[in-house]
Design a protein around this ligand. Structure first.
Ligand SMILES: Cc1cc2nc3c(=O)[nH]c(=O)nc-3n(C[C@H](O)[C@H](O)[C@H](O)COP(=O)(O)O)c2cc1C
Length: 170
């Protein structure tokens, strides 16, 4: 395990995010991973913060809405395209996607985090949820509202304070 600097994190995370990363959540013993392609990374409230957007319709939302933490696992060198596609097209309501993808879970490093990380990925970010906000479409640009939310399935934005960020498998 190697701790990652914020600069390394920004570069490696943002490079891969557009291709997909795994957002994992655990609540009351249930663990689910879904693929994300959007999100932000920065500073708020004097803390390093990662924001992940989760639409109301996702099973992930059912879990994260009640959870205290989430983790994001990022493939850097390994080709996990098949797993990213499965976790981005099937719902955890229907199947255990981690098992079906042949992925395995690893314990988080931070004691304050209960959500595991995806062992096959090389970059891991562990976040404690400090703020969440459902999107108010009346405040969004009309163009984006109609292109992305025509069906009304808004995102809830989950802001996590980054408690640990590290590389594994090197
Ligand atoms: C490349 C890619 C990126 C995605 N990004 C997001 C995202 O940022 N937010 C979101 O809510 N859904 C996103 N999705 C869709 C979810 O991953 C998908 O609906 C998934 O099946 C939800 O799983 P769940 O019901 O188990 O939570 C993305 C899908 C793909 C393939």
């Amino acid at each position: 395990m190697k701790k990652v600097t914020f600069q390394e994190l920004s570069q490696d995370y943002l490079n891969q995010l557009v291709k997909g990363a795994f957002l994992t959540v655990k609540h009351e013993g249930k663990v689910n991973a879904m693929t994300i392609g959007w999100g932000t990374l920065g500073y708020m409230w004097n803390r390093p913060i990662m924001m992940v957007p989760v639409r109301f319709s996702r099973y992930t939302h059912t879990l994260i809405h009640e959870a205290q933490s989430f983790t994001v696992s990022v493939p850097i060198a390994k080709d996990l395209k098949k797993a990213l596609t499965l976790c981005g097209t099937k719902s955890g309501r229907e199947l255990d996607k981690i098992d079906a993808s042949g992925l395995t879970l690893a314990a988080p490093q931070s004691e304050a985090i209960e959500t595991p990380v995806i062992a096959e990925c090389e970059l891991h970010i562990e976040c404690k949820i400090v703020f969440k906000q459902a999107m108010d479409l009346s405040l969004l640009s009309d163009q984006i509202a109609s292109s992305h939310y025509g069906d009304g399935d808004e995102h809830v934005l989950y802001y996590g304070e980054i408690l640990a960020a590290y590389y594994t498998g090197e």
